[in-house]
Design a protein around this ligand. Structure first.
Ligand code: ATP
Length: 197
């Protein structure tokens, strides 16, 4: 069984995928697959340098993701150029990884954690889509307390994204992270038992 796990910033995706891992799932982080696609020698490296210039090449010859982030930050057109290059390659990377795991037979449940799952159009890679949601006020408070993130900035980022309602419409399973961590663990455990039976 393959599950795509998504949700808004700070909704609790990592927390939920950690619980799934403890329950026995193999969890793949789409960000890590993404970073692989950027590496020198990989096709995205050339395309990114062609699109954004040599200044995105770091001293070690790898893409300087901080510099790239600076360029696309607050510039929807550049960001789209970047995601048009990278998202299809991550999709292929995920597909290959998943096929490898399936053929290897090493795991019964494979979870891919992907913040941009819907935006990038990766839905049909998975049998089920699980969406983690948390109320905006809880996200602001958790990120302020645990990551020292400014609530106003968090709010702006949350509001720039898809809404929870939009995600919910496309979800097979909702994981509501509105209480404490113990409650989230209980919710995920119950879903795991129901869905993998
Ligand atoms: P990001 O979008 O940054 O990748 P995420 O969706 O993976 O975030 P997490 O990192 O799992 O979210 O959670 C965000 C923060 O909130 C973390 O510091 C996490 O420990 C905390 N957190 C998550 N769920 C709860 C909860 N139920 N109660 C308290 N804190 C929580």
């Amino acid at each position: 069984m393959t599950i795509g796990l998504t949700g808004g910033i700070g909704s609790g995706k990592s927390e939920a995928s950690g619980i799934l891992r403890e329950l026995g799932a193999l969890v793949i982080d789409a960000d890590i697959v993404g970073h692989e696609t950027y590496r020198s020698g990989q096709p995205a490296w050339d395309e990114i340098v062609e699109a954004f210039g040599d200044e995105v090449i770091g001293l070690d010859g790898e893409i300087d993701r901080r510099e790239l982030g600076r360029i696309v930050f607050d510039d929807p057109e550049s960001l789209k150029r970047l995601t048009d290059i990278v998202w299809p390659k991550i999709r292929e990377g995920l597909k290959d990884l998943m096929a490898g795991e399936r053929d290897g037979g090493g795991t019964d449940v494979l979870v891919v954690e992907a913040a941009v799952l819907f935006e990038a159009g990766w839905e049909n890679l998975f049998e089920e889509i699980w969406v983690v949601t948390a109320h905006e006020k809880d996200v602001l408070e958790r990120l302020e307390r645990q990551r020292n993130q400014n609530p106003e900035q968090t709010r702006a980022r949350v509001r720039a994204q898809m809404t929870n309602e939009e995600r919910e419409q496309r979800a097979d399973v909702m994981v509501r992270n509105d209480e404490d961590r113990a409650a989230l663990a209980a919710t995920v455990k119950k879903l795991w038992t129901d869905r993998t039976r």
